[in-house]
Design a binder for this molecule. Sequence first.
Ligand code: HEM
Ligand code: 2DC
Length: 469
Amino acid sequence: VVRPFNEIPGLWKNGWANLYNFWKLDGFRNLHRLMLQNFNTFGPIYREKIGYYESVNIINPEDAAILFKAEGHYPKRLKVEAWTSYRDYRNRKYGVLLKNGEDWRSNRVILNKEVISLKILENFVPLLDEVGQDFVARVHKKIKRTGQNKWTTDLSQELFKYALESVSSVLYGERLGLMLDYIDPEAQHFIDCITLMFKTTSPMLYIPPALLKQTGSKVWRDHVEAWDGIFNHADRCIQNIYKKLRQDAGTPKKYPGVLASLLMLDKLSIEDIKASVTELMAGGVDTTSITLLWTLYELARHPNLQEELRAEVAAARAESQGDLLEMLKRIPLVKGALKETLRLHPVAVSLQRYITEDIIIQNYHIPAGTLVQLGLYAMGRDPKVFSRPEQYQPSRWLRTETHYFRSLGFGFGPRQCLGRRIAESEMQLFLIHFLENFRVEKQRHVEVQSTFELILLPDKPIILTLKPL
Ligand code: HEM
Ligand code: 2DC
C-alpha cells in the first residue's frame, strides 16, 4: 500500500527550530553536505522544512524521471524571492528566469530559437572560437612575463573575464575586449557584482527579503547594490547595440548577435528583451568559469587523462580540417570530462519543481503543488547511482552503462538551462585551445571542496601551474 505524505521521514514539523539548527551547522555554506547527510540518515526520500522553505527531497534517477513527468506545461522552480523582490523594488521586468506560466512559455519559445537551437550554434561557434584563441594568446603573454616558462596562479579572475567576453560576444555580436591588458573597469565591476549577488542570495533563501529590507539589513542592501551594478552595465551594453542598429538599419551581412536578432525579429517587447538579455549576461559568467576551473583542477590531478584528452583533440583537429562544427563532433571524451565535472561539482546543488499532479515516489504519496527537489550534488556522489563515484572518469560517459536521468547538470525539459548550448560550446572550445597549448599541473596536495554561495564554488583558491607545450 502507498504510504501517506505525512509519513515521509525527515524534519518538517518545526520549521523555525530547523532553521536555528541549520544556522548553527553553518548550513548557508554547507547546504550540499547537509543534503547528503540527510539522505544518509533518512534514505532516498525525505521531507524538510527550514523556516518557510518546505520541500520533499529525492536522489534516485528513476524518481527524477517521475518528478519531471509531473512538471506540467509550465514548469516552475523554487521562487528565489531575493531576485523577485529586487525586480519589484526597482520596478524592473522579470525575464525568462523569473517569469512563470504563459508569460514564461511565450518568451521562452522565442528565446529558444535564438539561444539554444542547434541551428544557431553555427553562428556562435566562430565567435566563441575567437575568444578561445585570444585567451591562450593572453596566457602565453603572461607566461613570457614571468621569465620562468611557466605561470602559477589562481585562474578564476581570468576565467570570469573569458566567460563574460564569450557570452557578450554571442549576445552583442561584438567584443568587449576583456582579453586585453587594460580592461574597462565597468566590466570588472560587473563581474564583482555577480559574485556579490549570488553570495547575498543564499541567506535570503531562508529569511524572507521583505523582513531583511524592513530591518535595513546589510545583506539586502548589498544585494540591491549588486543587482544595480548588474543592470546598469547590461543596460549600457544593450543601449549601445540598440543605437547602432538604428543608425545602420540595412540588413547586416554577418551574424549580429542574440540581442540584435531579437530586436529585429520584433516578437518580444523591448522591455522583455532587455530583461532576458540581462539575465543571460549575468548567468553566463560564474557558471561556465567555475566549471572550467574545476575541470582544470581535475586534469591537473590526472596527468594521464590530460594526455588522453590532448590526443583526442589533436586527432579531431586533424580529421576535421578546419571545420569547427565537425571538430566539436569528434571530442566525446572532452564532453565526458565536462559531464564528469558537473557530476562531482555541479553548479546547482539541486533541481526543483512544483509538481502539478499527485505522484508516488518510493511508495509515498506526494500531493500536487509540493516542491520536490532532486539532490543533484548528492546523486552525483551516490555509489548506487555511479560506480566508484569518488573517481573522476570521463570515460564512464562513453560506455553503454545507463545514462537515464543521470546527466542533469543543466536541468531538464523545457525549463532547462537556456544558456546550455552557449555554455557547452564555450567550454568545449576553451578546453580545445587550452589542451593544444598548455600542460596544467597542480601545486601541493591541497584538497578543494565545495562551498554553497547559491551556486557551488571552490572553498579555497585553486592554484594551478600552466606550462607551454
Ligand atoms: C537555468 C545550470 C550556464 C542562463 C539553469 C538551471 C540550471 C543551470 C541547473 C535550472 C534548470 C532547471 O530548472 O531545469 C547551468 C550550468 C551552466 C550554466 C551548469 C554552465 C556550466 C548558463 C549560461 C547562461 C545561463 C552560460 C547564459 C548564457 C540560464 C537561464 C536559466 C538557467 C536564463 C533560466 C531558464 C528558465 O527559467 O527558463 N542553468 N547553467 N546558464 N540558466 Fe544556466
Ligand atoms: C540554489 O535551494 C539552491 O543557473 C536552492 O544561470 C534552489 C535553487 C533554485 C534556483 C537555482 C539555484 C538553486 C542555483 C542557481 C541557478 C538557480 C536557477 C538558475 C541559476 C541554477 C539550486 C543559474 C546559476 C542561472 C543564474 C542566472 C542569473 C541571472 C542570476
